[in-house]
Design a protein around this ligand. Sequence first.
Ligand SMILES: [Zn+2]
Length: 462
Amino acid sequence: MTAGAPGVVPPGDNSTLLIRSRRMVLPEGVTEAAAFVRDHRIAEIGDYHLQREADRTVDLGDLPLLPGLVDAHVHVNEPGRTEWEGFATATRAALAGGITTICDMPLNSDPVTTTVDALRAKAAAAAGQCAVDVAFWGGAVPGNLADLPGLLAAGVVGVKSFLIDSGLPEFPPLSREELRAAMSAIAESGAPMIVHAEDPAQVTVPADASYDAFVASRPPVAERRAIETVISAAAFSGARAHIVHLAAGECAALISSAKAAGIALSAETCPHYLFFAAEEVQPGHTEFKCCPPLRYAVNREALWRALGDGAIDMIVSDHSPCLPSLKGLSSTGGADGDFRTAWGGISSLQLGLSVVWSVARRRGFTLADVARWMALFPASLAGLSSKGRIAVGCDADLVAFDPDASFVVRGAELLHRHPVTPYEGRTLTGRVSRAWLGGVEVTPSGAPRGRLLARGGGPLSL
Ligand SMILES: [Zn+2]
């Protein structure tokens, strides 16, 4: 930890911590254990009754202790669109939701993170106001091939691209040829190319304002064709590829067979695809709009099966807020949006863990599964090897989680910038009760202690 490096908040608290739980979620399973923390890292894991001289001892009893979650897909939007969302609000929401590391997307900030100068601007905007640790994705757009090695050397965790219009003219999509070239340029680094995989040739203009028409305009085949393009580029280039926000469950078999063939491919889905179904979206409720769209209940079943069998590796939020007016909604929601014109994106940093747990527990999954999907695998994707698990040598990012507490979502009580949420009024199960960042107990309202990280987990130094 380099105190004084740009954007790094000096830790300031080097005290030791001994923390016990009868349900500690370790990579090998849920067990009674104690963890001893020194210099912000987990120094030792032992029996529940482990005795060590520690400045603070915490006994959680039956309350489970999870690794702090890693959310590898967050649109913070600062600088440039801070009125949509910003580092202070997004990271406080993340912490309240049990997330101790986020990876910020290269859009929808202004500038977009497609050059080292833009990365500098983003790091300067983030410095000193982050409640959790923050790492950054770079972006690949037509014409910035020469910038990619510099971005990777500067510490981005990987590179994002689109195969379809992103909605922002300053972040245009890559052609197939450009995707191959960009992946060839980053292959040697080992960093992943993460791709918004919808094929524009399969997407149409919605026939009317209904939600069904919007879903029909972005069918599963659009995801399938784009994923085929990504697999082909991965095979050609040897680069690691990752499919963001997979929504079409039928693509799981395609992803599994590519993995079996030795392609370095992974995939994520999001809490909203696992929780909602298109059948329940009412007219005008554009708080449910995202791209690819929420699909029908039978598809949701396929996504859960794909998580269970490992075709889908991880769950991340794709937290992507905007001004309520851009969704055609008043600041408190309402039902007057138009699915054809509303900005897409669902904000769920603070809710993702509870959303996933509410459904996962009913399907027989355990907290160990959730920790693998929401901490271990996203950390691995982003090359943050000291994150995402409770293990000796890892950062002591820890979350106490009450798996039986339930609560009703009220958008106005959420900590991200705008209260619009499709989860309004829903009852969720599982609530974060305490969190530690680098072994120091933290709260969303406390002084921000988050650091800016580079791929590998060291400080971002620009
Ligand atoms: Zn996104």
